[in-house]
Ligand binder design. Structure first.
Ligand SMILES: NC(=O)c1ccc[n+]([C@@H]2O[C@H](COP(=O)([O-])OP(=O)(O)OC[C@H]3O[C@@H](n4cnc5c(N)ncnc54)[C@H](O)[C@@H]3O)[C@@H](O)[C@H]2O)c1
Length: 249
């Protein structure tokens, strides 16, 4: 669809769900992809599938909450493929479900570290590499909870709102220097992140999506890869929903 030939991409949390779908799509469209995940074996399984299809990728273990590992991930892209033009800050975790008055403080810290600070650390090291590579494009994975609230998910909601703000700030700073930065806001998507949700809650979540079902990781990847592509050359600093109508209510 889009043509990422001779481009190098980095996808965090690429061992599962949305990140894996984006990594596969970028590789199929010609990119050389660094697939990182806190679970190396998950990233390696995605890379094995990409390589089996005759495409190019390498796996790396990375905890995005550690800034030094964000630096290393960018360095691996530069050392392995010689450049970095595309980055997807996707890694994320679900919160412990508590009201704010009963916040689990350690859970708050971890969700903010991974879901918000992890994106900032990624940008911190990706942007200089993109500048050095002649420009490029970044997508940060937020959520419908980047603009909406939800009960018993304060850390996640705060982090995903923060990702939207961080995206706008970075986009303004680098728009004139050839780097576009956008955020994607998925509705509820059928990925392992939703595993373990009781059937009645799953049905209630489906009911929040006017389209009558949850989304797929590939439907999120379609939007993310479009935003990363040259076809989206006038799109930066914005937040794009892929939510089956959830936010239209
Ligand atoms: N599934 C949904 O309904 C949904 C909705 C909106 C937004 N999102 C967001 O989409 C992104 C991807 O979620 P998903 O649904 O594909 O979940 P997932 O659990 O299938 O995949 C997330 C991946 O991130 C990895 N990961 C977790 N912590 C990490 C860390 N500290 N460093 C590196 N990797 C780490 C996990 O090992 C996993 O492979 C997340 O940011 C999530 O918040 C998901």
């Amino acid at each position: 669809m889009t043509g990422f030939q001779s481009k190098v991409a980095l996808v965090t949390g690429g061992g599962s769900g949305i990140g894996a779908a984006i990594a596969r799509r970028l590789a199929a469209d010609g990119a050389s992809v660094v697939v990182t995940d806190i679970h190396l074996e998950a990233a390696q399984a995605v890379v094995d599938g990409i390589e089996a299809a005759g495409q190019i990728a390498v796996a790396l273990q990375q905890d995005t909450a550690d800034p030094a590992q964000s630096h290393t991930a960018v360095q691996v892209a530069l050392d392995t493929y010689g450049a970095l033009q595309v980055a997807v800050n996707n890694a994320g975790i679900a919160p412990v479900r508590n009201p704010v008055g009963e916040l689990d403080i350690e859970d708050w810290k971890r969700v903010i570290d991974v879901n918000l600070s992890g994106v900032a650390y990624g940008l911190r090291y990706q942007i200089p590499a993109l500048l050095h590579s002649g420009g490029g494009s970044i997508v940060n994975i937020s959520s419908i909870l980047g603009t909406n609230g939800e009960l018993n998910a304060a850390a996640y909601v705060a982090a995903k709102h923060g990702v939207v703000g961080l995206t706008k700030a970075a986009a303004l700073e680098y728009a004139a220097r050839g780097i576009r930065v956008n955020a994607v806001g998925p509705g509820y998507i059928e990925t392992p992140m939703l595993a373990g949700i009781p059937a009645e809650m799953h049905d209630a979540i489906v009911g929040m999506h006017p389209i009558g079902r949850l989304g797929t990781a590939d439907e999120v990847a379609d939007l993310a890869v479009y935003l990363l592509s040259d076809q989206a050359s006038f799109i930066t600093g914005s937040y794009h929903l892929v939510d089956g109508g959830y936010s239209a209510r």
